[in-house]
Design a protein around this ligand. Structure first.
Ligand SMILES: [Zn+2]
Length: 363
């Protein structure tokens, strides 16, 4: 379940969600039509167009997801936001050729849609007359499918800008990493992206303020991408064993939540293993403790709120892979087991602490 989103359905086994903020876009579009002198018909036309365009965006995201699936990478879901869609891939492929294919398959879908519409116009002889386009005052003056055709071309072009976090940025990084080390390729691609972003911001002041917004978005995205890549290279060589918590508090399934609260408040720990005869049977996180307290009070049993569906990793798992598992399992914490024995707990914070130590040692 995803908060603040409505599930639209499943396509190719992937859940498609629509985020609440998407409706703000529809409200805004409707408002624009009415305030611009258009009536109900214009508003309906414009919102219909947004839905059609976002259907194309879903196909764009499916393009990424299905290509990733060919390389054995799953996709948790696809969510539509007002600025576009996001396919939550479990990870990006490390191999440059595959990363390139996953990145370009999204925009390719929009190009294919545009080509199909072009073919339709040609076959039916309904290609719009450029003069009519220039004289159009309202959105409904231009044929619906022609607006959709143009929009798909814009979506493809926009996503192919060679700058993070656009698909084009990832494609560029993939191309560069065929002959550069991945960290360097990321830095070069991020710098190219930031230069493009600055040009956009500069042009925005003269032509269109939207360019300023896009420029800022790209500039920040490039920063995030190179920071992420830096973390990845710092983590290489480290395993779960380097970051796990060997000292942890175990709870019994028959303990009350007030015992769990004591453990929570008297230590730095936020996640507790629930043990039955030394056998881990569940995991109780801070969120579950708080939820239980508000629903049933301090006398509720640990067993009614623990998570039985916890995930387990081995001490030799690479920390970078652990972070990917965290995303895939939608859980911040894992039990560390070796030869059937519980040896500790590990969460995202432990990894961050290990990184801080690593950076301090380097200086
Ligand atoms: Zn894309």
């Amino acid at each position: 379940m995803k908060s603040w989103s409505i599930r639209l359905g499943k396509l190719f086994g992937i859940d498609v969600f629509i985020h609440w903020s998407f409706w703000l876009l529809i409200i805004w579009i409707v408002y624009l039509q009415f305030s611009g002198g258009g009536g109900f018909f214009e508003a309906l036309w414009a919102s219909g167009f947004v839905f059609a365009l976002f259907a194309c965006v879903v196909f764009h995201e499916l393009g990424h997801a299905l290509m990733a699936r060919r390389f054995g990478i799953g996709t948790k879901d696809i969510t539509l936001y007002p600025i576009g869609g996001v396919a939550s891939l479990e990870k990006m492929p490390d191999e440059p050729g595959r990363e390139f294919l996953v990145a370009v398959s999204g925009p390719s879908v929009n190009l294919v849609i545009a080509a199909l519409l072009w073919a339709y116009f040609s076959v039916t002889g309904s290609f719009p007359d450029p003069a009519m386009l220039e004289s159009a005052e309202r959105i409904s003056d231009v044929p619906f499918l022609f607006t959709l055709f143009t929009a798909n071309l814009i979506v493809a072009a926009f996503n192919l800008i060679p700058a993070f976090p656009m698909d084009g940025g990832r494609a560029l990084r993939a191309l560069l990493s065929t002959f550069l080390d991945r960290g360097l390729a990321t830095r070069v691609a991020a710098s190219v992206g930031q230069i493009i972003a600055i040009v956009f911001i500069f042009l925005g002041f003269y032509y269109n303020p939207w360019l300023i917004l896009i420029g800022l978005f790209v500039f920040l995205g490039a920063g995030v991408e190179s920071a992420g890549e830096r973390t990845k290279s710092e983590l290489s060589g480290l395993t779960v064993n380097d970051a796990l918590m060997k000292r942890f508090t175990g709870l019994s399934p028959f303990d009350t939540l007030s015992t769990a609260v004591d453990a929570l408040l008297n230590s730095q720990e936020t996640d507790f293993v629930v043990l039955d005869n030394d056998e881990p049977i569940g995991l109780l996180t801070r969120n579950e403790i708080i939820k239980g307290l508000s629903e049933k009070g301090p006398e509720a049993r640990v067993s009614s709120y623990m998570n039985r569906d916890f995930f387990v990793v081995g001490p030799d798992l690479k920390l970078a892979d652990f972070l990917q598992e965290v995303v895939a399992h939608d859980s911040d914490v894992a039990l560390v087991m070796q030869d059937g024995e519980l040896v500790g707990l590990i969460n995202r914070e432990n990894v961050e602490e290990r990184l801080m130590v690593q950076r301090a040692l380097k200086q």
